[in-house]
Design a protein around this ligand. Structure first.
Ligand SMILES: *[C@@H]1O[C@H](CO)[C@@H](O)[C@H](O)[C@H]1NC(C)=O
Ligand SMILES: *[C@@H]1O[C@H](CO)[C@@H](O)[C@H](O)[C@H]1NC(C)=O
Length: 224
């Protein structure tokens, strides 16, 4: 048994060394090896696929590892009657390289977080109050739909289209977490109707009629 432990330690150390010598192993080292050190994001630099560069250790403080703001109600006076307040790495630099993040969802009565995906992350939603109907569409186009109440949690697998709507008579509040410091967010309606993708192409690729496409582009600020 003791031999096994020693072997494991030797392998572990060599794994770290490999990680340091190969550029593409940096992420592995950061995610799986506590010995590789912490890396609070230097938000003044650019974000790369493997996160932000590290803030100088001497400048890191406890504030980098806490985020205050999820206690504040989001402004739901908008077209979706809902607000997402993110605590992603760009708002919370201590998350850099740690593989997780959070957000607050406020849903007014009748509000909806429209159909969207987080390309890089699984989402876990926990209802704090209200009734929230949430669902996702599997790669086989099966629908998984539930109405959740206080204390219920639901998981949305990575990259899948999903939504959350307020289905109660009072506003809904949920805290969500992601297994990525920067889960990304792509809203389907915005992808189709909030840019300059020509209406004719939107119609051909969605089978919607011209009037419907023009109407939605008008509402969501699209052109073309
Ligand atoms: C690192 O990744 C890049 C981009 O995927 C690739 O071009 C490069 O060859 C990789 N380097 C090593 C050492 O694996
Ligand atoms: C909420 O957003 C609306 C629309 O942008 C704005 O008119 C209103 O002042 C905001 N309310 C608060 C409390 O910030």
């Amino acid at each position: 048994m003791q031999r096994l432990v020693v072997l494991f330690v030797i392998r572990f150390v060599s794994f770290v060394n490999m990680g340091i010598s190969l550029p593409n192993c940096t992420i592995l080292v950061r995610f799986y090896c506590p010995g590789a050190g912490l890396c609070v994001a230097n938000l003044k630099g650019a974000e790369t696929p493997s996160g932000y560069a590290c803030k100088k250790a001497a400048k890191v403080t406890a504030d980098d590892y806490m985020f205050t703001g999820l206690g504040l109600e989001g402004n739901t006076t908008n077209i979706i009657k809902a607000a997402v307040s993110p605590a992603f790495v760009a708002q919370f630099p201590g998350l850099n390289g740690l593989g997780m993040s959070a957000a607050r969802l406020d849903l007014a009565v009748g509000g909806a977080i429209p159909m969207h995906t987080h390309p890089a992350a699984t989402e876990l939603l926990c209802v704090v109050h209200g009734h929230i109907t949430a669902g996702f569409i599997s790669p086989a186009n099966s629908v998984y739909l539930k109405t959740l109440k206080r204390g219920d949690i639901m998981v949305f697998p990575p990259g899948l289209l999903h939504f959350q709507i307020s289905s109660g008579k009072r506003p809904g509040l949920a805290i969500v977490s992601f297994n990525s410091p920067n889960p990304g967010l792509q809203i389907l309606d915005f992808a189709l109707f909030a840019n300059d993708l020509p209406s004719g192409l939107v119609e051909t690729t969605t089978f919607l009629d011209d009037a419907q496409v023009k109407k939605l582009k008008g509402v969501l600020g699209g052109t073309g």
